[in-house]
Structure formats: structure tokens, C-alpha cells
Write a protein that binds this ligand. Structure first.
Ligand SMILES: Nc1nc2c(ncn2[C@@H]2O[C@H](COP(=O)(O)OP(=O)(O)OP(=O)(O)O)[C@@H](O)[C@H]2O)c(=O)[nH]1
Ligand SMILES: [Mg+2]
Length: 281
């Protein structure tokens, strides 16, 4: 079993190339982060690519973390001079504010065009982020209809696709991108737990065992005991999965691993963040 998670398939490399080309043509960048892991889903190269272009950071999946964390995250980003928008792209919460902000940013573009005697044109915004963070769902919410494909799997969007929201705004849906190397393996496992990288890159059993270890470290013993009828006690994540499998799933460890991961990903375990805003220095 390999314990190193690396994932950089050809379609992601291609998406990154096309995205970089298209960035020249856009006015505003919307970077979508996964609220459960906002730090691990920040792409380290994005700020270099977009340079001085206006960028809105969006913490999507806000419904998957406790409400009490919304304000601390907002504050953490504000301290870095970034305005954070929180959304639930599945239900549409927080989406209007983004449309408004993008439009406002674009007004500057058209003012400059008018000043140079050019006709105004719709503002162009690109939605970027790691796979499966909810980019396409957000676009569908912004447009108010199912304009692009969105599903519970990393790597659904394969092509860049323009969508017109109104006379004022055009959006570019982009495939998820990830750094070509995942140097930080703690982050890589979190990406796997949240399904923000392709499933071909990891072993379910290892990732599920790490999920249990993380939940234990954060004091979620009762939740695990109630739900899976076994107290993790002193068991490691791996032992926990083996014991549940032995007790109730005829030793089918893979099945238990997949069950645990799915329960976490669907929010069945509850609102569980895997990262908290780091304490400011
Ligand atoms: N609970 C919850 N689910 C969400 C939210 N946003 C998106 N989803 C779901 O997450 C899954 C992935 O959404 P997509 O819009 O396909 O994600 P994407 O970032 O476009 O993914 P790729 O195209 O694969 O990179 C879908 O099943 C969405 O319904 C959210 O805010 N909350
Ligand atoms: Mg997509």
C-alpha cells in the first residue's frame, strides 16, 4: 500500500495550461475554497498567475462546518487583506453577494473602456479552485439554472466553458486544478478525505484510518461510538476500521473504509471542520 498521495493527471495539466491562457482575458477571479479545509484548498500558485487582477475568495460548503467558525475564518482572511465570501452553492446561500461584488469590480473595467472610447462589454469572471469544491454548482446558482455539469466526484468539469449570467456578467467554468506536486502530505490526506482529489490517487483504507485518527484527536469519540457502535478508545484509526469490519462486516475492511468516508463526505457525521483558522501571530 503506497502512503504517498500524488495526483496530477493529464487533464489537470491541460486545464492548468488553458486556464493560464484564459486568465489574460478575464477581469475578475473567483477562487473557491472548501470550508472544511480552506488552507489545504488554497492553490499556492494562483496569486502568482493572477497578479494584480481582482480576486474574490469564496468559502464554499459553509453548511458543512459549524456556524461558529464562519466569523473566525472571515476575520483570518481579513487580516490578510482579503474579503471572504461564504456560500452554500448547493442551496444558493450567499451567492447574490458574489454576483454583486463581481459586477462592481467589472464596472471599473467598463469605465476604463468608455474613457478610451470603447463600448462597454460584460464583465468576465473565472471560477477556479481545487476539484470538487463546488465551482460548477456555484455557477449554476449564479446563473439560476443548470448551465454546467456538477456532481459529487472530483474531475467532473473537463473543459473550460463560458456561461452568460446577464448582459453584465460572463462566467468561465474551469476544471479543478491542483499543484503538480503535493508536498504537504497532511494536506494531501485532507484533500482525499474531502474528495477534493481524484480517487485513483489514494487508498480508501489509509485515508479512512487517518480520518478516524483526526476525529479522535479532536475528541469525537462519542460521535463515533454512537454511530458505529464501537468506542475507538485506544484503538488506532486502522484498528478501529478492522474491528468494525470484523464485528459486523465479515472482515470487509474496504467496505467499512468507504462507508466511513462517505458518511463524512455527505455530512452524515455532522458539521466537522478538518482545519481551524490558525492563531494569528
Ligand atoms: N453540502 C454542500 N454541497 C455542495 C456545495 N457546493 C457544491 N456541493 C456539491 O458538491 C459536489 C461537487 O460540486 P461541483 O460543482 O461539481 O464541483 P466542482 O468544483 O465544479 O468540481 P470539478 O468540476 O470536478 O472540479 C456536487 O454534488 C454539489 O452538489 C455546498 O456549498 N454545500
Ligand atoms: Mg466543475
Amino acid at each position: 500500500m503506497s502512503s504517498v498521495i500524488q495526483w496530477y493527471p493529464g487533464h489537470i495539466a491541460k486545464a492548468e495550461r488553458q486556464l493560464k491562457e484564459n486568465l489574460k482575458r478575464v477581469d475578475v477571479v473567483l477562487e473557491v475554497l472548501d470550508a472544511r479545509i480552506p488552507l489545504a484548498t488554497q492553490h499556492p500558485q494562483v496569486s502568482g498567475w493572477i497578479q494584480s487582477k481582482p480576486c474574490l475568495r469564496i468559502l464554499n460548503r459553509m453548511d458543512m462546518i459549524p456556524t461558529s467558525l464562519h466569523r473566525p475564518w472571515r476575520k483570518w482572511f481579513e487580516e490578510r487583506e482579503e474579503t471572504l465570501y461564504l456560500t452554500n452553492a448547493k442551496q444558493g446561500t450567499g451567492v447574490k453577494a458574489i454576483a454583486k461584488a463581481a459586477q462592481k469590480m467589472g464596472e471599473g473595467v467598463n469605465q476604463r473602456r468608455r474613457d478610451r472610447g470603447m463600448k462597454p462589454r460584460p464583465v468576465r469572471a473565472v471560477v477556479i479552485g481545487f476539484p470538487n469544491v463546488g465551482k460548477s454548482a456555484l455557477i449554476n446558482r449564479l446563473v439560476g439554472r443548470k448551465a454546467v455539469k456538477s456532481a459529487r466526484r472530483a474531475g467532473v468539469t473537463r473543459q473550460l466553458q463560458w456561461v452568460r449570467i446577464s448582459e453584465e456578467i460572463e462566467l468561465l467554468d474551469a476544471p479543478g486544478i491542483i499543484p503538480w506536486r503535493l508536498d504537504d502530505q497532511d494536506n494531501a490526506v485532507k484533500l482525499a478525505i474531502c474528495e477534493d482529489i481524484g480517487e485513483a490517487s489514494y487508498e480508501n483504507q489509509l485515508v479512512a484510518a487517518t480520518l478516524i485518527d483526526l476525529l479522535k484527536a479532536e475528541g469525537y469519540h462519542k460521535l463515533l461510538t454512537d454511530r458505529y457502535k464501537l468506542d475507538p478508545g485506544k484503538r488506532t484509526g486502522e484498528e478501529y476500521i478492522y474491528d468494525i469490519a470484523g464485528d459486523r462486516y465479515r472482515g470487509d475492511v474496504e467496505r467499512v473504509a468507504v462507508l466511513l468516508l462517505n458518511d463524512f463526505r455527505k455530512g452524515i457525521m455532522g458539521q466537522i471542520p478538518l482545519e481551524l483558522p490558525p492563531l494569528s501571530s
